[in-house]
Design a protein around this ligand. Sequence first.
Ligand code: FAD
Ligand code: SF4
Length: 478
Amino acid sequence: MSTKDFRFLEVPRQTPRTVPVAVRVLGYGEISGEFAPSEAASQSERCIDCGNPYCEHACPVHNYIPNWLKLVQDGRLFEAATLMHETNPLPEICGRVCPQDRLCEGACTLEQGDFGAVTIGSVERWVTDEAIRQGWRPDLSRVRETGQRVAIVGAGPAGLACADRLRRAGIAADVYDRQHEIGGLLTFGIPPFKLDKSVVLTRRMVLEGMGVRFHLGVEIGRDIAFDELLADYDAVFVGTGAYTYVDGQLDGRDLGGVHDALPFLIANVERLLRDEAPAPEYDLAGKHVVVLGGGDTGMDCNRTAIRLGAASVTCVYRRDEASMPGSRREVGYSREEGVRFLFQQQPIALVGDGSKVTAVRVVETQLVDDGDGRPRPRNVEGSETDLRADVVIQAFGFQPSPPDWCEAFGVERDRSGRIVVGGEGRLPLQTSNPRIFAGGDNVRGADLVVRAVYDGREAAGSIARLLATAKLTLKVAV
Ligand code: FAD
Ligand code: SF4
């Protein structure tokens, strides 16, 4: 080992500076600042190249992390960006929104030794932002066009990753989305303080430069029939996400002032894009807001409510803090920005004055260990209390919402509505209809951006294999 291998003893883990709380809650800008080039290099030097890169294993797209950290140390920015894109078509986005504490950084050998993980996500983000700013673009000069064409339904991370890989394989990629901008939940879900919308627009420019064609404001099944896509294209990738809200079945959920998380977040993003004031029902100035749910969506609602000027924001979760599904970083930011957390409280009803919600009735829970991993909450009798609420936001999660036309084309779904892919005799991500592939939240249920990216990437690989075989068969037949 050289002295360089012990840099982690001299250089502490350092993430980019965040905007001070008092400033950040006044607006919607990203709260994380940027590394200076020297900071990115010195943080990269902390990697000990341990030989067993658990970080790569824990990263769902299996990024070549120690290799690109080395390139950053050596100042080889464009080569680092190229290497990152070999495994991840959206590195600047994953660098911003991945829960690194549960993935790559959680597995870093330095983290296990209590030295603080290498700041992998921040370096990934910095490299891509900076390289694109300096003019780096994917090099497709050696790609030979196959003449084959694939339609992609959904411009979320799964669809975008699939489009990127198809273009690299010389296959034309036409992406259809019912929204007027690309990104799926990256644009119309995740708030701008986590992911500025200009980042998605930059990625659109990169993808269009690669030859990806977007057809926006087009809903497949309404504006274009699915069978037209099947007739016009060699294969179709379906990356339509998960948009069915999990309903907590609470009495009083129809009262005024009770909202589901996604319409609330989408309305806020859309009005910000139009530079408008919030609609009256989403104007939270001076209101007491209760957010139900402890996942990332709940944290986004908390922090959006704070920015909308709520008098108080209380986040209610039925298990304890250690069991929260959201990223630790996002929970920390919520707390810093003034959110109060109530753990081990189960909402049992929404109370109102006839038309409007006035309180959330909660009951304490005890956590019971069933031995199957996560503790199960059990309500404690006689422990009901009412929490004052002018507005309640339900963030209980999402289930897949596979389009109705799936069934008509023989695409198998499981009991919870997820599209079934892969398995015996099928290529990875191939559905029961051999020319239809699927991935992301509509296959997994609500999950993570980086897993949707993985699916899109792998599906494109499978499509390329299928089409290569088809071409070969055709040639032999001729
Ligand atoms: P989506 O991103 O949902 O994209 C699907 C696209 O398909 C949409 O654009 C939709 O308009 C389009 N579509 C659907 N049907 C049709 C049709 N018939 N015709 C045309 N277009 C159609 N993950 C993280 O990793 N980190 C986070 O911090 C994080 N925060 C989140 C915050 C919120 C509020 C939410 C809701 C999710 C969050 N996630 C986060 C999860 C992440 O956003 C999703 O897992 C990911 O976006 C799924 O990607 P996807 O491509 O499968 O689907
Ligand atoms: Fe970590 Fe996500 Fe980047 Fe993988 S894609 S290295 S998990 S930040």
